[in-house]
Design a protein around this ligand. Structure first.
Ligand SMILES: Cc1ncc(COP(=O)(O)O)c(C=O)c1O
Length: 412
């Protein structure tokens, strides 16, 4: 069996050096726990960056994958298969939107969404109706279209020129929003809750204004729910938690329980702007991923997992807020349900590294935020375990954090 050191060395030699991985090799999982090569157990508050909503090795998902893999994995989009239409129907009924397109990732769902918005924009207002409005601090992915909408210099730097027709406004700045939108705007694109951007919510007032302005200017209101959607806020779509319905919603992460699948769903008036041949994918929406996605949605519904997200999410928030009271290094708690973050006034990465050593997986983002995207199966006793550890790590805060920083020399 290869060791951690051998695996790290192999990757160092042969992979593009794009990731700053945590020093652990995960080899199996069960429920809310993961295990490394030596069998050490880790409590998982990360869920593969919001993907493993049903935890690891969920029996119904394993069974569906086994059965479907033995029948048919891939056929391309040249042919019909049993599951794509069923999944589209299910997602449309849950969202009350009208049509779906399936991709392989979140980024591709964003790309497809803006292509559709461009087509609808051109149809409504000619070639000039092509401008996009996005939010400062947002994250939409790393292809050129998605990156052009991502409002963070650290991700954009070095890749210019990007799409030029994007205007950025500050989240929740209604005046800036009004100033940015005109008859040449074809879409407003936003995450109702910033994920990678540090768990910041858009206000209901701001989202309502986006809706009003999009309607007034016949622009598409596109919600990127790739991280916050499909149950994490306690409703199946995040927009249902905010009471503002978009024209197009992009989803991905948990939808096929770990298999690569993304989608965007659109209202009919936008969906009709596209014709055969204008968009497509070889892999997207294959029978294996779609069958598993149907099973994922069935499990969430039958096992009432959204009730658990609401209940345990409220408990997590309460305990994080209590931590802010008790520990000077903890400043603020943001988010809801199973998409939450705690803002620290010290770097978060050393805390996350130390938690790993103690058998708990957290994730840091934007340098000072510890982010929680746990599986929907998480229970209050797991929250207690995570909070106890955080409290301990923040308790020895400044000394411990500075020690760890000098050891690793690499706050992210
Ligand atoms: C809000 C949001 N949009 C888009 C993406 C990109 O999705 P993917 O990494 O599946 O391409 C992510 C990924 O983290 C995301 O959180």
């Amino acid at each position: 069996m290869a060791t951690l050191e051998q695996i790290v060395e192999l990757e160092r030699k042969y992979l593009l050096q794009t990731y700053n991985r945590y020093p652990v090799v995960l080899s199996r999982g069960k429920g809310v726990f993961l295990y490394d090569l030596e069998g050490k157990r880790y409590l998982d508050f990360v869920a593969g960056l919001g993907v493993n909503a049903l935890g690891h090795a969920h029996p119904r998902i394993v069974k569906t994958i086994r059965a479907q893999a033995g029948k048919l994995i891939h056929v391309s989009n040249l042919y019909y298969q049993e599951y794509q239409g069923l999944l589209a129907e299910k997602l449309c009924s849950l969202s009350e939107l009208n049509r779906a397109f399936f991709s392989n990732s979140g980024t591709e769902a964003i790309e497809g969404s803006i292509k559709l918005a461009r087509l609808a924009g051109h149809r409504a207002g000619g070639d000039a109706k092509c401008r996009l409005v996005a939010l400062e601090g947002s994250y939409h992915g790393r292809t050129f279209g998605a990156l052009s909408l991502t409002g963070q210099d650290k991700h954009r730097k070095g890749f210019e020129p990007l799409l030029e027709e994007v205007t950025f406004v500050a989240r929740n700045d209604v005046d800036a929003l009004r100033a940015a939108i005109d008859e040449n705007t074809c879409a407003i694109v936003l995450e109702p809750i910033f994920g990678e951007g540090g768990i910041h919510e858009c206000s209901v007032e701001f989202l309502r204004e986006c809706r009003t302005l999009a309607d007034r200017h016949r622009a598409a209101l596109i919600f990127d729910e790739i991280q916050c959607g499909l149950g994490r806020t306690g409703t199946i779509f995040a927009f249902q938690s905010f009471g503002v319905t978009p024209d197009i919603v992009a989803i991905a992460k948990p939808i096929a329980a770990g298999l690569p699948l993304g989608a965007f769903l659109a209202k009919e008036e936008f969906a009709t702007a596209i014709s055969p041949g204008q968009h497509g994918t070889t892999f997207g929406g294959g029978p294996l991923a779609c069958h598993v996605a149907l099973e994922f949605l069935a499990v969430v519904e039958e096992q009432k997992l959204l009730e658990n997200v609401n209940k345990v999410g409220a408990y997590l928030q309460q305990e994080l807020k209590a931590l802010v009271e008790k520990r000077a290094a903890a400043k603020e708690v943001r988010g809801r349900g199973f998409i939450q973050g705690i803002e620290l006034d010290v770097p978060a990465r050393p805390i996350v590294d130390a938690a790993l050593e103690h058998g708990v997986l957290f994730n840091s983002t934007q340098d000072t935020v510890v982010r929680f995207l746990p599986p929907f199966l998480l229970e209050e006793k797991h929250v207690d375990k995570g909070i106890r550890l955080l409290k301990k790590l923040l308790g020895k805060k400044r000394q411990r954090v500075s020690e760890l920083q000098t050891q690793s020399g690499q706050p992210q």
